[in-house]
Structures are given as structure tokens and as C-alpha cells.
Design a protein around this ligand. Sequence first.
Ligand code: BEZ
Length: 251
Amino acid sequence: MNIKWDAKKYTQDFSFVSRYGTDLTELIDTKGKPTVLDLGCGNGALTHKLTEEGMPALGMDASADLLQIAREKHPGLTFLEGDATNFTLPEPVDVVFSNAVFHWIGREKQPDLLECVYRSLKPNGQFIFEFGGHGNNALIHSALKVEFEKRGLVYHFPFYFPTIGEYSSLLEQAGFKVTYAVLFDRMTELKGKNGLTDWIQMFVKTPFGNLPETVHEEIIMEAVKKLRSKLFYDGKWHADYVRIRMKAVRE
Ligand code: BEZ
């Protein structure tokens, strides 16, 4: 993963990330109270929801800071520190669930992720996930790219946003049968009068590398100014999210 989280700010100002994942749990076949791994559980909001829905769930995340918040908020639950592309569970589970995580993992590491998920599932286990799909935040990234290029800089795109076709193929190669797939737009309201600036500062870090702070701020300011006509309406900033949501079964 290419990000060091500001765990408290993430929990306070970007709670929509887990809120939008709540209806994803409806794709789980809950017969027999399946055990669930919430992969990339962050602050544990969805691990808690899965447990409340009657499924014994444990969370895993690579961020010690987010796990500390998860453990403080949900002391009765188990949270493990682990890398989604290199982990082994003590016992396989019935379901691997993941919301808003896989776009942080580069294309080259996706087969490792899928192999870990496959090994962590019981036969016929369910794999249910959502993350940024093809075209996610396209307006925001193209505005940033324009500002980089105007200054003679290269915008290194930091995310993996696949199509359904591409991701289905990876799943099949890893031994899964795809049973459900959708790609859909979800314009997402952001919090506060600097909502888009805050969003970019929180989530788009690596392309800025070691650029001087003044250049960093100027690029964001110019991009946000240009995006206002498209992403500021009804008195609020929005981010142009596109989600890929899938269910697959371990064959
Ligand atoms: C997403 O959830 O799609 C996402 C969030 C932040 C950065 C990139 C993608």
C-alpha cells in the first residue's frame, strides 16, 4: 500500500468510506453464521457491523495506527496486523470481505493478494469486495495531471482501478468463479468548505513525492479551482467515485 494514514482524521472526516460499504454486506450468504475476514478493516467499522449481523468477524489491516483505533472502539473484536498481499490466517474462513482497499495495491501485486485470499478461504468460500473501478476519480486525476504537466512534472498515477473484464480474468486465474459484478458511478459528497482540497491531501500523496510544499499546495489549489464547476454543487464538494463491486466463490 502506498499511504501512511492520518488515522484520526480519516475516522473523523472520511467516515463515508465505511458507510458506503454497509450495503456490500448484503451480498454475503449468511446461512450458518459464516466466519468472516474483513480485509483492510481500517478503523473496524465494518468488522463491527458484520459481527452485529451475526457473523463472527475478525479484521486485518496493515496500518498500526488504524488498528489502534479499531481496538479502542471495538475491544471485544480481534484485529490482526497484516499485509493483504502476504498473509496467512491461523484458520481458513467462510467469507473474505473487503471494502475500499484493493485500489491501493498495484496491478503487479494483485495475484499475490488473490492467492492469499484463496488460501484463507474454505472450499466454496465467498469472496465479496468493492473498490475503485475503471474511471474512478477521473476528473480529479486529470485536473492534477494537467497541473503537473504545466510545470514540466510527470504525474505518476498511484492507483489500480480495473475494469470488470480485467478483474474477472485475474480472479479466474487465481481459481475463483465470478458470480456477480457491477461497475457504477457514485458521486460522493465531501465534508466541509475545503472538502476537495482535504480529500486530495488525504488520499493523493505519492505523486507529489518530495516536491516543495509551496508547489504541492499550488498544484492542489489550481486543480481545485478548475474542478469547481464540475464538482461543487448544492453548496457541497463532491468526488467522482466509480465502484467495482464483485462476488466470487473459491472453486
Ligand atoms: C476509493 O475509495 O475509491 C478511493 C479512495 C481514495 C483514493 C482512491 C480511491
